[in-house]
Write a protein that binds this ligand. Structure first.
Ligand SMILES: [Zn+2]
Ligand SMILES: [Zn+2]
Length: 353
C-alpha cells in the first residue's frame, strides 16, 4: 500500500449525512480499507437526483436515518481490495450504485433489474470525498472512464441506465412520434435517447417556463405547457390525427399515468417510467385498454446490459447529455442544491467535494 493510500484512512475526509428530513450534516468520514473485491473511490463529481430530494423531504423506506446520500457519481480509484483485477489506483472510473447478484431467480431469467441485491445493497455516500464500492458492483457495473469524458457527464451513468432499460422495453422506432409527459431531468434524458435513436418526432409536455425552454433548446420538436395549452389536443394531432405511437410518462404522478393512457393512439404503447407515491392506484378503462389494443409497459431499474449500453452512449458523447447539468456546487452548499431542486430551477446539479 502506498503512502498516498494510507492517508485516505487517516486524513480529514467528509461526507453529507441526512439526520432527519430536511436536516443535513457534513460529518468527518474515515473510509474503511477496501475488503477483498472492493474499491475505494475518491468522488470527483456527484449529481443531484429526484430520489435525493424525496428522501430529503420525507425520508426513504429503505435508508434509515442517519443515512449518507448521493448515488450518481464518477471518480478516481484510490485503493483496491485483494483480488480486484482490471482497476488500479489512479484509474478514472464511472459506476452505478447498484448491481445484481447474478444467481437469484430473477437474475437467472435475465431480469436482473428485479434482483433483491440490486435494490437492497445500493451504495450511498457520493455526496462526500470517498465511498467504497462492494464486490458485486465492482465485478459488474464499474467502467474505465474515457479520459475525454468529463466526470460530471460520466456521473450520468445511473440515470441513463434507467432510461436505456425503459427504452429497451418500449423499443421506439425511427418512424414513430413520441410524446413525453414531464420536462424534468428524466423527461429530457428520455428525449435525448430518443433523438439519438433517430425517432422522427418528440413532443414534450410539462410545466415550468425554464424547464420547457430547456426542453426546446435540447431538441424537443415541440413543447406543450400543460398549464396554458391543451396537451390532449396536441397529442391527438400527432400522426395526422391518430395520436402518438408511444407516450412516456415521467411525472411519477397518478394523473400523469392516466393522461399517458388517455393520450396514446389505438395500438400504441404507454411507458410508465415515473414511480408514483406509495399507496396510489390507477383506474384503467378496460374497454379502451382491450379494444384499442394498448400496451402498458412499466420498467423498473436497469440490468447490466443497460448499464453497458449507457456507458457506450456516454462514451460516444452523442446525447449532448452534459446540457442537463446546469449548476455546480460544493459539498458545503448541499442545502442550496436541495432548495434549487425543490424550486425546479435546476435540472442536475454537479456536487464537487
Ligand atoms: Zn438517481
Ligand atoms: Zn439476483
Amino acid at each position: 500500500m502506498s503512502a498516498a493510500a494510507a492517508s485516505f484512512h487517516s486524513s480529514h475526509l467528509r461526507r453529507a449525512v441526512l439526520v432527519a428530513p430536511g436536516q443535513l450534516e457534513i460529518r468527518a468520514f474515515i473510509p474503511p480499507r477496501p475488503a477483498p473485491g472492493e474499491i475505494l473511490v475518491q468522488v470527483r463529481c456527484a449529481l443531484s437526483c429526484g430520489t435525493d430530494l424525496k428522501t430529503w423531504r420525507r425520508g426513504h423506506p429503505l435508508w434509515k436515518m442517519p443515512t449518507p446520500l448521493g448515488h450518481e457519481f464518477a471518480g478516481v480509484v484510490a485503493e483496491v481490495g485483494a483480488g480486484v483485477s482490471g482497476f488500479a489506483p489512479g484509474d478514472e472510473i464511472m459506476a452505478t450504485p447498484t448491481a445484481p447478484c447474478g444467481t437469484c431467480f430473477y437474475c437467472g431469467r435475465g431480469q436482473e433489474n428485479l434482483c433483491a441485491t440490486a435494490i437492497d445493497k445500493m451504495v450511498l455516500g457520493a455526496y462526500g470525498d470517498m465511498l467504497v464500492l462492494p464486490a458485486h458492483i465492482v465485478s459488474r457495473n464499474v467502467f474505465s472512464k474515457p479520459r475525454d469524458l468529463p466526470f460530471e457527464e460520466a456521473a450520468l451513468l445511473e440515470p441513463l441506465s434507467c432510461v436505456v432499460h425503459a427504452q429497451a422495453m418500449a423499443m421506439p422506432e425511427r418512424h414513430e412520434r413520441v410524446m413525453i409527459l414531464g420536462a424534468g431531468p428524466f423527461g429530457l434524458l428520455q428525449m435525448m435517447a430518443l433523438r439519438a435513436a433517430g425517432v422522427r418526432e418528440v413532443v414534450v409536455a410539462g410545466r415550468g417556463d425554464a424547464r420547457l425552454r430547456w426542453a426546446a433548446e435540447m431538441g424537443a420538436d415541440r413543447v406543450i405547457d400543460v398549464r396554458r395549452q391543451d396537451a390532449a389536443a396536441a397529442a391527438s394531432q400527432l400522426n395526422g390525427g391518430f395520436g402518438p405511437d408511444l407516450v412516456i410518462e415521467c411525472t411519477g404522478q397518478v394523473d400523469g399515468w392516466s393522461d399517458a393512457l388517455a393520450r396514446t393512439r389505438r395500438g400504441g404503447r404507454v411507458l410508465l417510467f415515473g414511480g408514483c407515491p406509495p399507496g396510489t392506484s390507477l383506474n384503467v378503462d378496460t374497454r379502451r385498454m382491450h379494444y384499442d389494443g394498448l400496451t402498458m409497459i412499466a420498467p423498473f431499474h436497469y440490468r447490466p446490459r443497460d448499464v453497458r449500453r449507457s456507458f457506450e452512449l456516454l462514451s460516444e458523447r452523442r446525447l449532448g447529455a452534459e446540457r442537463l447539468i446546469n449548476a455546480h456546487r460544493s459539498l458545503d452548499d448541499l442545502a442550496d442544491v436541495f432548495s434549487m431542486m425543490d424550486r425546479g430551477t435546476v435540472l442536475k446539479c454537479a456536487v464537487v467535494p
